[in-house]
Design a protein around this ligand. Structure first.
Ligand SMILES: Cc1cc2nc3c(=O)[nH]c(=O)nc-3n(C[C@H](O)[C@H](O)[C@H](O)COP(=O)(O)OP(=O)(O)OC[C@H]3O[C@@H](n4cnc5c(N)ncnc54)[C@H](O)[C@@H]3O)c2cc1C
Length: 425
């Protein structure tokens, strides 16, 4: 069942217009074609509640200065309480549904790597079939062969475990021993293309002229595949892009493709990432379509600077969802010395990718085998609280069934105690 069919059969059709913006405009597929499974994954009661709170506040802000004392009194929990009573859902207090990190998401990952002292290597080109898990021997290491970008030398290394976060659909190009079960899951994955184009132009009427809106969406262009490749959204924010040339604005335009092969051979091959210089091969067809749309909308002085046709939203089509492939993949985690993570395993958002990782981490953490262990931990940590101030590299011990004791990493400890916390207090 498509998301639209789900809405119709549950008397929720009135939401479809709004969802073209809240779901489709994020590149998560047209409401008219995407399986209901993904629509329901993204559009939760909490999310709807948050949107309602934001709209309610925006209406109030038309009448009251957000900084006024009166407004301060009526906003926040009051707005949330009214919205929750009317639409349900259990969101926190929401002012705006979108937030931006000043230095981008990238800052989170680089900080994690720095604080945890992770050995992250860039410019690694895994050879074709360069990963060999040696599946015939469970205790054998995972062998990797790669080249450091720009160098000819082939480097071979061995690891205990493989965590694969690139698109699963292309895993067979890099992993020598993809099992039949794995391939039957990965081969059903489909993707879209979300093309972003950095460009400059003169101000756009009712958008970036005196209206000075930071974002533009045209929801009508997100109604179905016949609109593939249209200029449906745009971002303009001086804080991000600056204004290097007076009178001209630098912005990012968005195009979405369900049937992305119409963008040409380059776009049809979804195994691509930006090159060393951070650029990506562009699609001349998609660029032509973009320029044509801008021209029709009377945007003048257009100069396209760079295009990124991102392969996007690897997901299971309806049939594969019904066959249970999403759950088969989850059940398979940890087997064959591998975790298959990233957007292919769940949903194309940082929130979902991160939460999926936490979920499989928790599932795989050691569980206590007897209450004796809890008592032992309690003894080790008077008050039996989770040791919150554990630092990276620090280890805690718990007794094994033979009482010998075993070392436990902080993350295992945290998982262990979170899962069975009730026993701790
Ligand atoms: C334009 C755009 C805007 C977005 N906006 C948002 C947003 O506002 N909020 C949000 O939550 N999400 C957003 N997303 C989605 C979010 O970026 C992704 O869901 C998330 O980054 C996916 O994480 P991942 O680890 O699965 O993949 P990635 O972050 O893509 O990481 C995969 C990595 O694998 C590398 N790789 C691939 N193949 C190979 C190979 N053969 N060898 C070596 N390395 C390889 C890639 O270079 C990449 O670094 C946006 C995405 C795009 C494209």
């Amino acid at each position: 069942m498509t998301f639209l069919e789900f809405l119709q059969s549950n008397d929720l059709y009135a939401l479809s217009g709004f969802l073209m913006f809240a779901h489709a405009a994020q590149g998560y597929g047209y409401v008219t074609t995407i399986p209901a499974f993904y629509g329901l994954w993204w559009i939760t009661p909490e999310l709807l509640n948050g949107y309602m709170q934001m709209s309610f506040r925006e209406e109030l802000e038309k009448f009251y200065d957000p900084k006024s004392e009166f407004f301060q009194q009526i906003r926040g929990t009051w707005v949330r309480a009214v919205v929750t009573a009317i639409v349900g859902g259990a969101a926190d207090v929401v002012k705006r549904t979108t937030t931006m990190l000043p230095e981008g998401y990238q800052k989170i990952w680089t900080t994690i790597a720095e604080k945890d002292g992770l050995d992250v290597r860039y410019g690694v080109e895994i050879l074709d079939q360069g990963i060999d898990r040696q599946l015939d021997d469970p205790s054998a290491p995972v062998r990797i062969k790669y080249r450091q970008k720009g160098k000819n030398e082939v480097i071979e290394e061995e690891y205990d475990f493989l965590i694969y976060s690139a698109p699963h659909a292309h895993a067979k190009n890099f992993v020598k021993d993809v099992a039949i079960q794995e391939e039957s899951i990965f081969s059903s994955l489909k993707s879209f293309v979300l093309a972003t184009t950095l460009y400059s132009s003169e101000p756009v009427l009712d958008y970036t002229d005196s209206a000075r809106r930071p974002i533009m969406y045209e929801a009508d262009k997100m109604s179905g595949p016949s609109h593939d490749g249209s200029w449906y959204a745009d971002r303009w924010d001086d804080l991000i892009f600056g204004q290097p040339i007076p009178g001209r604005q630098t912005r990012v335009g968005y195009q979405f493709y369900e049937n992305y092969c119409q963008g040409g051979d380059m776009m049809c091959n979804s195994d691509r990432t930006p090159n060393e210089g951070g650029a990506m091969e562009s699609s001349e067809r998609a660029l032509r379509q973009f320029r044509g749309e801008l021209e029709r909308q009377n945007v003048s002085g257009v100069n396209t600077l760079r295009q990124y046709p991102w392969p996007y939203f690897h997901h299971f089509p309806q049939e594969a969802v019904q066959e249970g492939k999403v759950w088969d993949l989850l059940e398979m985690q940890g087997q064959r010395k591998t975790w298959w993570i990233g957007a292919s395993a769940c949903f194309e958002s940082v929130h979902d990718v991160t939460n999926y990782n936490l979920m499989i981490l928790r599932r795989s953490a050691k569980k206590p085998r007897s209450p004796k262990k809890w008592l032992w931990v309690k003894h080790m940590h008077p008050g039996a609280q989770v040791p919150k101030q554990m630092s990276a590299g620090q280890k805690y011990m718990y007794p094994d069934s033979d009482g010998a004791g075993e070392r436990m990493e902080p993350w295992q400890m945290e998982t262990w105690t979170t899962t069975c916390g009730a026993l701790m207090v």
